[in-house]
Design a protein around this ligand. Sequence first.
Ligand SMILES: *Cc1c(COP(=O)(O)O)cnc(C)c1O
Length: 296
Amino acid sequence: MEPLQINNVTIDQLSPKNQIDIKMLRLDKIHSDISGNKWFKLKFYLDDANTRHAQTIATYGGAWSNHIVATAAACRLKNLKSIGIIRGEQPKHFSCTLNKALEYGMKLIFISREEYKQKTVPSEYAGIIKDAYLINEGGYGQIGAAGAATIGDYYEQEDYTHICCAVGTGTMMAGLIKAAPAQQTVVGISVLKNNVDIQKETGALLTEDEKKKKFSFIHDYHFGGYAKYTPGLIDFMNKFYTGNFIATDFVYTAKLMYGICDLIAKDFFPAGSRLLVIHSGGLQGNQSLKKGMLIF
Ligand SMILES: *Cc1c(COP(=O)(O)O)cnc(C)c1O
């Protein structure tokens, strides 16, 4: 299988806007399926599982989950077995994501949306996951945040006044805050609608000292909610690609980049700010869109 290419990470210059310098950290380039932040969030869990002599990893996600396919691929790479506990009844036709996960050898278990909410697995599966090392949905947790903090090793902290990222569970954001020096601000664009709990959930991954660092969540760029989009967002993705030859995904990184451009236009960032925007990957999810919508 395709190896992880950590050395492929680059920092790309985007065109400056309103006296704001913008660079992008290309974590999307390390692997097509273990893409972006997912590898960083997973890596210490996999080490921990290894230390505990677990042979199987189990985790949760939806039918198009970047985390599910990343876990399947990372486990394959590390010779671990994997189980994906998937939200909703088993569909007639599997998504590209689930087919990929199967190809990597992941065993899929489908549970109802109710069971998924409670994270309860029906007793018929209890035996299968009994000895598995469980990872939360999206890799949320201290170990995931510690892994995400190592994203900070890929750039010079002093070069940036602001680090900007997309926020789902807040695990990556917590890691970026951990890695941030005191004078830097971490800005998170939440991709869920009205996710007011995110402050608390991210905070739960930080120490008291880390909570005193500078960071803020922006709730204005969810485009209707998680995995929702508008023609305007798709248009933005195509234009961003034409201008920079960088593909974004409609669930996370397009909303992030759209939000950052809009915030710059609204003078959110002081003149002279130097931004690093994290391209956290997730491009496989674009396959859920109708063919022809995107030019890349
Ligand atoms: C999962 C994911 C995120 C969100 O990361 P969290 O740590 O859950 O906040 C952001 N971008 C992409 C591309 C992702 O796949």
